[in-house]
Write a protein that binds this ligand. Structure first.
Ligand code: GAL
Length: 373
């Protein structure tokens, strides 16, 4: 009798463990999505215990779908993306992507390190934007599902060769996405190089808390815990000034809708065609920025150890890009909170350094958390 009991206990333990394994495997599903320049591109579907879904792809190590409930429990995708890989290739390649080597602009595509001048691809007026046209958003990264992690977790890695897009150093980059049961996307970045170089890494997801493709984001209520921002010229290159937000339409230290002051005749709103600026985090509290959309009740928090955030509100969107479910992404229908360094830092020695030396490892974490209020 005792023996039978022991066998039964062992059997149920084995069943329980295999059950755990099964559910673990089911939390990250990997499917072939397409091929790009001979590399396989996957669609990864991460489902957390709350049943909410984050979809990623290794093409640009990007977020392409994020399905979370509104205050009544109705789920919708709230980030820009495309239903097919062909749509993604034909469409805007920045949507949801990890951007590098240098996210944002470098003036005239030039910078100097130890007396050597480097030239980058010019792809935005006279400047270099987002690591050039074939930056990290436009390559197939290696994909690893971290089976032993507590939550659904996918690690993307990429070996960026010396002088890729004009930047020195063989660079190894990792972007690891964790989708927690509390509806948090945790992005862990890690960078190393074998030669002195510069970098600025970010994620370029567009969010619309009404649901992607459901109107504009002008009613979204934004808080950015940043008492200074980085003014720019008409080509969106920093002037060098770091301006206090107090008394300006850039003061989001308390909640304001995106649309409330966007039409004001303020120099920076005119130069940026709206908000398209880096805010410098005060880093005085855990949460650096929040977005609340009262109709759905969706609430998003941003937590980052990066020095600032590019708040861009889709001023260049015009409805020609057709996203998930055939929905056009119209003017100002998505906002990005791209955590990172300031634009053009390699040409501004007084900005926080973006130099990475051999032997050093840059590690950084950004969290996007989604709840309802
Ligand atoms: C943002 C940038 C915008 C625009 C956009 C891509 O990061 O701030 O000016 O270039 O990327 O369309």
């Amino acid at each position: 009798m005792k023996k039978i009991n022991q066998i039964l206990i062992l059997l149920s333990a084995a069943l329980f463990l295999s059950g755990c394994n099964l559910s673990k495997k089911e939390t990250v599903k990997k499917e072939l999505f397409g091929t790009y320049k001979g590399s396989e591109v996957y669609l990864l579907t991460l489902t957390n215990k709350a049943g909410n879904v984050l979809k990623l792809t290794n093409f640009g190590a990007r977020i392409t779908w994020l399905e979370v409930p509104d205050k009544d429990g109705n789920k919708d995708n709230i980030t820009f993306g495309f239903d097919t890989f062909d749509g993604m290739i034909a469409g805007d390649r920045y949507y949801g992507a990890v951007v590098g080597r240098y996210a944002n602009r470098i003036a005239m595509g030039k910078f100097t390190l130890d007396g050597v001048e480097y030239s980058l691809p010019i792809n935005n007026g006279p400047n270099s934007l987002h690591g050039g046209p074939e930056g990290w958003h436009s390559v197939a990264w290696n994909t690893e599902i971290l089976e032993k992690a507590e939550f659904p977790t996918v690690k993307f890695t990429y070996a960026s060769p010396d002088m890729e897009a004009g930047y020195p150093g063989n660079m190894n980059v990792e972007a690891t996405y964790t989708w927690t049961d509390n509806n948090e996307i945790i992005i862990d970045y890690m960078l190393t190089t074998d030669k002195k170089t510069v970098f600025n890494i970010t994620n370029h997801a567009y969010f619309n808390l009404h649901g992607a493709g459901n109107g504009d984001i002008l009613d979204h209520q934004l808080v950015i815990k940043g008492s200074k921002f980085v003014p720019v010229d008409t080509f969106l290159i920093p002037t060098g000034e770091l301006r206090p937000v107090a008394g300006t339409p850039f003061d989001f230290t308390t909640s304001h809708t995106v649309g409330e002051r966007i039409g004001e005749a303020y120099d920076q709103l005119i130069f940026g065609k709206g908000y398209d600026h880096t805010f410098i985090f005060d880093n005085a509290e855990e949460v650096d920025a929040t977005v609340y959309e009262p109709v759905s009740g969706r609430f998003m928090e941003v937590i980052s150890d990066q020095p600032g955030v590019q708040f861009y509100c889709g001023n260049f969107l015009n409805g020609t890009m057709i996203g998930h479910g055939g929905k056009p992404y119209i003017y100002r229908s998505g906002l990005c909170l791209e955590t990172g360094h300031y634009p053009d830092s390699p040409n501004h020695p007084d900005f926080p350094t973006t130099v990475l030396n051999p032997g050093d490892t840059y590690k950084s974490k950004t969290i996007y958390r989604f709840t309802v209020k």
